[in-house]
Design a protein around this ligand. Structure first.
Ligand code: FAD
Length: 519
């Protein structure tokens, strides 16, 4: 199809088209003919026929009320008839892969002119590739799935598998051997926790909390026990299909009676008469990806304590969706096990040693959540900086008010402190064995997670305040703020509730108090 011929106009020519039946406006040096659209304008006809709008430059008024993405929609692009003579567009929407120029919208290491001791050129290369992938594949699917509540598109899972993003999200380790990571950008033996942090923080930019968990959050927490404690036979059978996103896995520990108090779980596993199988009975609650999982990493009460068993979907396993305040794309499930049989070979770790398996999983899970939380709050800082510059009240931008700037300051301080502490802990992880991490970092990670999620909740509250009514409106200017504010409590609960983790962090510190320390 031939593209439309655009003409140039003078501002005087545009000004003549200022009636409801002949209405043009200028936005950012482009001329829009709104004559056929005026009756369909969601904001009403009067907003467009106003004498400050009809035939005039309405750039400021447009951006005070609309996001850039509105202008980019094909139905509105079709209304463009030309450009203003001698003028160029001054505003540019972000393109795929762009780094934001808004202050604090990117971590320091990605901001021009700043430095970091932690990131190499290889981390930067990975960042560029994952950003492009996120912009191209994740963001459009995230927005669509948040709307229809279905799990992420299999094409997205397949693309992630091709790039080995499923494997990279499990951190450094043997599972990366022989894989081509992100088209060969990172060598498996060189992949470290900063690579994982980069991949995680880039993907979080899709700005959809439920979708983020739908993107195989269950695998991130459910597969490590198989990798670390499964038999070679079990790993060979399960891991390749899960990392290829042909099969799905989840971690099923929590129950209606046992959330923070893991020791209270009541699902039982007893051996069959011939000793070859476990027979499992009980239920699990709020299990991420459970609705579509093929495998369940299940915490069970057994004769001599707790045991973790890999259960495969089959007779006696039932999953049903739990509707929470984030979208059903996460596949949050209530699961019942009714005389479900699993081979004894599916035991993960020692029989009776399940608590060790479950606890050893927590550090990485919580650290991943810190990566996500730090990046998500930074996204809110960017939204607020843009909004308070665009939005005028009493004739001035919101950011001309000292109270507004004070809120922005607090948001920036929180986002920066969380990221900086996270990077420090990540550096420790890169230089410690798994065992050292378990003894030296469990407390630090717990404290960081509870700090990060409490910062995030304060930022969510401040952001709603800055956006006013739009901060609680699902569509339009404040849509990301509404989403963030609605879903932020999840981070403060999952992987250990905020209060529980603060307490854990201090208890760990107290264990290391020197006996001879006195004031
Ligand atoms: C959407 C969603 C997804 C989830 N995904 C999974 C999953 O994939 N797999 C899985 O196994 N579980 C999952 N969970 C469960 C999650 O781990 C639990 O919700 C969490 O452990 C808290 O347990 P609870 O909700 O039963 O709260 P409770 O344990 O009843 O605690 C309620 C509150 O009491 C306080 N509290 C409790 N104990 C203490 C303490 N010792 N010190 C101080 N304060 C305390 C805290 O404020 C806490 O928030 C998910 C939950 C949700 C909501």
């Amino acid at each position: 199809m031939a593209s439309k011929q655009l003409r140039t106009y003078t501002r005087e020519e545009v000004a003549k088209h200022n009636k409801e039946d002949d209405l043009w406006i200028i936005i950012d040096a482009k001329v829009y003919d709104l004559t056929r659209f005026v009756g369909m304008h969601p904001g009403g006809i009067a907003a467009l026929t106003d004498e400050d709008i009809a035939g005039q430059d309405a750039t400021d008024q447009f951006f005070a009320l609309h996001r850039f993405e509105v202008l980019l929609k094909p139905q509105y692009q079709r209304l463009v008839i030309g450009n203003i003579e001698g003028e160029e567009a001054a505003l540019h929407p972000p393109s795929i892969g762009d780094i934001s120029k808004v202050p604090y919208a990117e971590p320091t290491w990605l901001t021009e002119g700043y430095h970091s001791p932690y990131y190499t050129e290889n981390h930067r290369e990975l960042q560029r590739a994952v950003r492009k992938f996120t912009d191209e594949y994740l963001i459009p699917d995230a927005q669509a799935r948040e709307e229809d509540g279905k799990r992420p598109d299999q094409k997205v899972f397949d693309k992630m598998a091709e790039l080995e993003l499923h494997a990279m999200r499990l951190g450094p380790g043997k599972h990366l051997q022989g894989r081509t990571l992100m088209g060969g950008i990172v060598k498996p033996e060189e992949f470290d926790y900063f690579h994982e942090l980069v991949a995680m923080q880039e993907m979080v930019r899709c700005g959809a909390r439920g979708y983020g968990d739908g993107l195989l959050g269950g695998k991130v927490i459910g597969l490590p026990p198989v990798l670390n404690f499964g038999s070679e036979e079990l790993k060979a059978r399960v891991v390749p299909d899960v990392l290829a996103a042909k099969k799905f896995i989840c971690l099923a520990i929590s129950e209606a009676h046992a959330g923070s108090d893991v020791m209270g779980l009541q699902t039982t596993a007893v051996k069959s008469e011939d000793g070859q199988e476990w027979i499992i009975n009980g239920s699990k609650k709020w299990i991420t990806n459970g609705t579509f999982a093929d495998y369940f990493t299940v915490g069970c009460k057994t004769e001599d304590g707790f045991t973790v068993i890999l259960v495969e979907r089959g007779p006696g396993v039932e999953t049903r969706q739990i509707k929470t305040s984030y979208s059903t794309t996460a596949g949050t499930a209530f699961i019942t096990f009714d005389n479900v049989r699993a081979p004894v070979g599916n035991t993960l770790g020692e029989e009776g040693g399940g608590i060790f398996v479950m606890l050893s999983n927590f550090n990485h899970e919580r650290w991943v959540m810190c990566c996500a939380s730090a990046r998500a709050q930074r996204g809110i800082v960017e939204e607020c900086l843009k909004w308070t510059s665009q939005r005028k009240a009493f004739g001035k931008p919101l950011n001309s008010l000292a109270t507004v700037r004070a809120k922005l300051a607090a948001m920036i301080q929180r986002a920066e402190s969380v990221q900086n502490w996270l990077e420090n802990i990540t550096y420790q992880m890169c230089n410690m064995s798994y065992k050292q991490q378990a003894s030296k970092l469990a407390g630090q990670i717990a404290l960081l997670k509870s700090y990060s999620t409490s910062c995030a909740q304060e930022t969510a509250r401040d952001a709603v305040q800055l956006f006013g009514g739009r901060g609680i409106t699902k569509t339009g200017m404040g849509r990301l703020i509404e989403h963030y504010h609605r879903t932020i409590p999840f981070d403060a609960l999952l992987g250990g509730a905020e209060d529980v983790l603060s307490d854990l962090g201090v208890r760990q510190a107290l264990r290391s108090m020197p006996h001879d320390a006195r004031l």
